[in-house]
Design a protein around this ligand. Structure first.
Ligand SMILES: NC(=O)c1ccc[n+]([C@@H]2O[C@H](COP(=O)([O-])OP(=O)(O)OC[C@H]3O[C@@H](n4cnc5c(N)ncnc54)[C@H](OP(=O)(O)O)[C@@H]3O)[C@@H](O)[C@H]2O)c1
Length: 231
């Protein structure tokens, strides 16, 4: 039977590639989107992960459509870059609210049904910046590093229930998020010498969601062309 999958921020970028990859794998895939139209061929639920009410409503719809979520991919994320000296408190808390507390909200809503199922896969999309740091990204780096401690604590809490919790840590991926960055300057520090395509991240998520990854939990898997080596 098709597994019920939910990918947050699955309407574009890395999230959409993950959703398409898992759908091609035979899963029933739902994605969240905030505005506009959901991507064709996927079940879309409108949801802002900064709202617990939105998250509750989205899960209710997904459960009604395709059953309890067995694979949760928390991918929705934002950047609001500026140097710390200039960073307003809300610029910090907005990013943490979307990237880290958003993951808490969806994982919290997903966990009880997964416990009932006695199986589940939670995959959180972090970033190489979590461990490497990046000038102008204290807010983003803090949110993405927070995901690692969150995932590892969750992995310890729910391992005995057959639930794995892992983190994927992409480097520099060609999406809207990185469209304005200086590709040449960044790629010269990447051992593989290029940015990733969204599907290169998606294929690692597909692996972590598969039976082949049944004994992996609490792991942080870099998909960064070597950019974060040693961190
Ligand atoms: N691109 C990279 O180089 C890179 C590297 C490392 C990690 N990452 C991480 O990978 C994830 C996806 O990034 P991307 O590059 O695909 O970015 P993107 O193209 O900017 O897409 C971001 C996605 O997150 C959604 N989103 C943002 N805030 C949300 C909220 N409050 N509620 C619900 N959805 C929200 C967006 O929805 P809307 O369309 O409605 O805005 C969109 O679907 C992010 O967590 C990002 O931090 C990206």
């Amino acid at each position: 039977m098709a597994r019920s999958v939910l990918v947050t921020g699955g309407n574009r970028g890395i999230g959409l590639a993950i959703a398409r990859e898992l759908a091609a794998n035979g899963d029933a895939v739902a994605v969240t989107y905030r505005s506009g139209e959901p991507p064709e061929g996927l079940f879309g639920v409108r949801c802002d992960v900064t709202s617990m009410a939105d998250v509750e409503a989205a899960f209710d719809k997904v459960e009604a459509e395709q059953g309890p979520v067995e694979v949760l991919v928390s991918n929705a994320g934002i950047t609001k870059d500026t140097l710390l000296a200039m960073m307003k408190e809300e610029t910090f808390t907005d990013v943490v609210d979307a990237n880290l507390t958003g993951a808490y909200r969806v994982a919290k809503r997903a966990i009880r049904p997964m416990m009932k199922l006695k199986r589940g896969r939670v995959i959180l999309v972090s970033s190489v910046i979590a461990m490497l740091g990046q000038a102008g990204q204290t807010n983003y780096a803090a949110s993405k590093a927070g995901l690692i401690g969150f995932a590892r604590s969750m992995a310890r809490e729910y391992g005995s229930r057959g639930i794995t919790v892992n983190v994927v840590s992409p480097g520099f991926v060609a999406t809207d998020m990185t469209a304005d960055l200086d590709t040449e300057a960044i790629t010269k520090n990447i051992p593989l010498g290029r940015q990733a395509s969204p599907s290169e991240v998606a294929r690692v998520v597909r692996f972590l969601a598969s039976d082949d990854a049944s004994y992996i939990t609490g792991a942080v898997i870099p998909v960064d062309g070597g950019l974060g080596m040693g961190h």
